[in-house]
Design a protein around this ligand. Structure first.
Ligand SMILES: C[S@@+](CC[C@H](N)C(=O)[O-])C[C@H]1O[C@@H](n2cnc3c(N)ncnc32)[C@H](O)[C@@H]1O
Length: 808
């Protein structure tokens, strides 16, 4: 079997293609990152499974990279989406049917009566109300669309309603709806609170719409059901599903702004009702959902281009458990994970990647019901099964029921996965009890956690809600392997020791005061894979660490902002191998990447950074953006390296290294030039050409120390002994400069080489820690002018250097 190389660092999220923006689903994951995982962990022609497939994104990504996918979800919407996106799209016929529906309703008497309005610009009596805005039951604004107005003039405007408009809007209950609409009541769920019911004005789903809108919606729906071609019917139903939630009383007007007076959203993942409501014209919304940008049309066209084909699908019918056909690209179904083993053979799945429900964070079935109550009329398969949903709901499903259902489900996954097969979960929850249930469930099912990766998401969304302390959007990718059961470590003392050591190691590696949020994410990743039970972890970790404030740690102010930073009381005790501060290392990496590539996208930079600085070291995306803004200009979608001052500094720095190498050689030293500087150009040659030694392997420094010492700008060596180390600080931070060379013994001379223009700045440094470190590690300083004087001497000795050397 081909050996699979693991993915051990965060990846960069891409922009979503239209197929994923076409339908609202909560908690969609970064599609390209999942694609990378699926491609990497599922050998070609083998089987990938996502048992909580949601929007079905994972299945499409699997097809895109030529893998077979099984995509199950209890939510019938997943199956509906798969059926629509894998249907044949005949654009001409689709528009024929769409236009027929639109025309019929446009000519409907009731529609005309309630949606036609007289244009105040051209007096056309068949202008159309695009929306009605309400505040506390009073109509206060109408959005008007007039197709008759002069072409150049905007044919959409907002106006105050007349008394006649208001009166008409008060009589909406009189509209008779003769066609079918769902009569389901809201069921017993905290999603439908008493306040919500009161605000909406009833406890039936039909109360979500005004009678005017329900009239149009039911007309559209019933006309779609009459369309003879099943593919077109499903595609129009997708347009319908994209429409109806936007036309409910839950829609709110957007805040004032460019052209936003005409749009709305149902943004929060909950049933909400606010005092301001926007009653959208369903016919216009339906047309926009079917045609143009982010519509059925654009996504159907995109899906074929994106996947390279129309995938062959196979529906798993619950009444026929034995069918094991292999002739499919996507096998899908409305399957409860607790029964999954009835439909998939033991040890038959090669790789599973899935995004299970994060406790009760999002009530998927409740939210989808607004669509399913209509879709089930089209096909009974789409009736939801609430009892089996894995979730937490006040007074209905508690933590324990969540745990039991989840546990059974994951045990099933263990059964159907091949031996040594891998499974990747994405998970996050700010409630540590739920984290703990998750980790227990995974371990009790027999999976061994191999790696936990902290993955920042670009887009805010569901995981943002889940994030502790609610900052940037973030997720954990938990990779497990099917291996014998792992027992949790429960020893409190061992746990506390582990947390302390890990915290010390994270802060030491970062080498800078660190916010608690970063410690928390870094620790969570480490602790989860170390097999500890982390009940009340959130509270514990602060308690455990707080005991050591004043001895090991000290809390530093964060420039007046809230949230103190964690740092060491005696840094030198814990930072065995000093390096530059993480912020400076990251900045160096970004600059060197910019210099190499000149024109880069943010994603390319993030890709470089995520690999180099994994987990507890990963900087916030915002800080990268800040660095880019300083060193590059944005042009189109790219960052173009500024060069200029930065380049001048590099040139001076490189030139000084060349001169130092000449001086060293004149005295009789073998010269080593820093690893990063070796590839710089001087006088048409790479700097490495001026060095005698390119590697420091023979000095037995140990790997970690060697990695850092190799980054020192220049080292002079005599008889296999390092005698001098130089850092040329043309423009960079002095404090960072002394860190690396401090890895070398105190007996070795360390010299900071400074441009004359920085003399005052340098001699005015007051920081006692800096001064103490400078003295203790045997540092001296010398200015560029003096280096030039040394260079001009015919014969040079160490004494000559000493004459120019300054000490603090
Ligand atoms: C976090 S969402 C997955 C979202 C998905 N990753 C996406 O990109 O759209 C979790 C899913 O678990 C499903 N689910 C809940 N209980 C289930 C059960 N018992 N069996 C199968 N699926 C279930 C929900 O319907 C929901 O779609």
């Amino acid at each position: 079997m081909k050996k699979i190389k693991d993915i051990n660092f965060a990846l960069v999220e891409d922009t979503r293609p239209p197929i994923y923006t076409a339908m609202k689903y909560w908690g969609k994951k970064p599609h390209n990152i999942w694609r990378e995982y699926i491609k990497n962990y599922t050998p070609e022609y083998d089987l990938f499974l996502d048992p909580f497939a949601g929007s079905a994104m994972s299945a499409f990504e699997a097809v895109k990279v030529g893998r077979k996918a099984v995509a199950f979800d209890l939510n019938p919407l997943t199956s509906f989406l798969i059926e629509v996106f894998c249907s044949e799209f005949d654009k001409r016929k689709f528009f024929e049917e769409l236009n027929k529906i639109i025309e019929e309703i446009e000519n409907d008497k009731v529609y005309k009566e309630y949606f036609h309005i007289t244009c105040r610009k051209c007096e056309n009596t068949s202008a159309v109300a695009q929306s009605f805005k309400w505040e506390k039951g009073e109509l206060y604004e109408i959005g008007v669309e007039c197709s008759n107005c002069e072409k150049n003039e905007k044919n959409r405007y907002l106006e105050k309603p007349t008394e006649a408009d208001k009166n008409k809007s008060k009589k909406l209950h009189k509209i008779k709806i003769s066609e079918w609409y769902p009569e389901d009541e809201f069921y017993n769920s905290p999603s439908f609170s008493a306040n919500f019911i009161e605000c909406i004005g009833g406890n039936h789903f039909y109360d979500l719409w005004t009678n005017r809108n329900l009239y149009v919606i039911s007309k559209i729906f019933n006309k779609i059901l009459q369309v003879p071609n099943i593919d077109i019917k499903k595609q129009l139903l997708l347009g319908f599903v994209k429409t109806i939630h936007l036309c409910t009383k839950m829609s709110v007007p957007r805040r004032e702004g460019a052209n936003r007076g005409f749009s709305t959203s149902w943004g929060r993942s909950a049933y909400i009702c606010s005092s301001r409501q926007m009653e959208m014209n369903p016919l216009l919304v339906f047309f926009g959902s079917c045609s143009g940008k982010q519509s059925v049309e654009s996504s159907m066209v995109d899906v074929k281009n994106y996947l390279g084909k129309t995938p062959k699908i196979f529906y798993v019918d619950k009444s026929n458990k034995s069918n094991r056909t292999k002739n499919f690209d996507i096998k899908y179904g409305i399957i409860d994970i607790n029964t999954i083993a009835d439909f998939i053979d033991e040890e038959s799945i090669d790789f599973i990647m899935t995004d299970p429900p994060y406790g009760g964070l999002v009530q998927y079935l409740d939210l989808s019901t607004i669509w399913l109550i209509w879709l089930k009329k089209f096909d009974q398969r789409f009736a939801p099964n609430y009892e089996s949903e894995i979730t937490i709901k006040n007074n209905i499903q508690n933590l324990e029921t969540y745990r039991i259902k989840f546990q059974n489900g994951i045990k099933n996954l263990f059964k159907i996965l091949k031996p040594n097969g891998k499974i990747v979960f994405t998970f996050h929850n700010k409630n540590i009890k739920i984290w703990n249930i998750f980790l227990n469930v995974v371990a009790m099912s027999g999976f061994n956690i191999e790696k936990v990766i902290h993955q920042q998401n670009r887009r805010t969304g569901e995981s943002n809600v889940a994030n502790p302390y609610g900052t940037s959007a973030t997720d954990f990718y938990i990779r497990c392997i099917k291996k014998p059961m792992l027992h949790f470590k429960t020893d409190q003392a061992e746990f506390e020791h582990y947390i302390l050591q890990k915290t010390i190691s994270i802060i030491a590696q970062r080498n800078e005061p660190t916010p608690y949020q970063i410690l928390f994410n870094g620790l969570l990743a480490e602790i989860s894979s170390a097999g500890f039970n982390i009940e009340d972890f959130d509270k514990n970790i602060e308690q455990i660490l707080s005991v050591h404030i004043g001895t090991i740690f000290e809390l530093k102010n964060n420039n007046g902002k809230s949230g103190k930073y964690w740092w060491f009381k005696n840094p030198e005790k814990y930072i065995k191998y000093p390096d530059k501060k993480l912020t400076d290392r990251v900045e160096d990496t970004v600059i060197s990447f910019l210099r190499r590539k000149v024109s880069v996208t943010l994603d390319e930079v993030l890709g470089e950074i995520f690999v180099k600085y994994p987990n507890g070291l990963t900087p916030d995306i915002k800080s990268i953006d800040y660095i880019l803004r300083r060193f590059a200009n944005k042009f189109g979608g790219k960052w173009i390296y500024k060069g200029g001052e930065v380049e001048k500094n590099f040139t001076e720095h490189t030139e000084m290294l060349y001169i130092l190498s000449e001086i060293g050689k004149k005295i009789g030293y073998d010269v080593y030039i820093g690893k990063r500087e070796q590839s710089e150009n001087y006088n048409g040659k790479k700097l490495l050409k001026y060095a005698d030694i390119l590697k420091l392997d023979k000095f037995n420094l140990g790997q970690e120390k060697k990695n850092r010492v190799e980054m020192i700008d220049m080292i002079w060596i005599m008889n296999n002994n390092i005698e001098y180390a130089f850092e040329v600080e043309n423009s960079t931070n002095f404090t960072s400069g002394i860190q690396r060379a401090s890895n070398l013994d105190n007996s070795i001379n360390k010299i900071m080489v400074l441009p004359n223009k920085r003399k005052e700045e340098f001699l005015n440094i007051k920081d006692p820690l800096f001064i103490e470190g400078f003295k203790k590690c045997n540092w001296g300083y010398i200015f560029y002018d003096d280096i030039l004087k040394l260079k001009s001497l015919k014969v040079i000795s160490r004494d000559n250097i000493n004459t120019f050397l300054g000490h603090l």
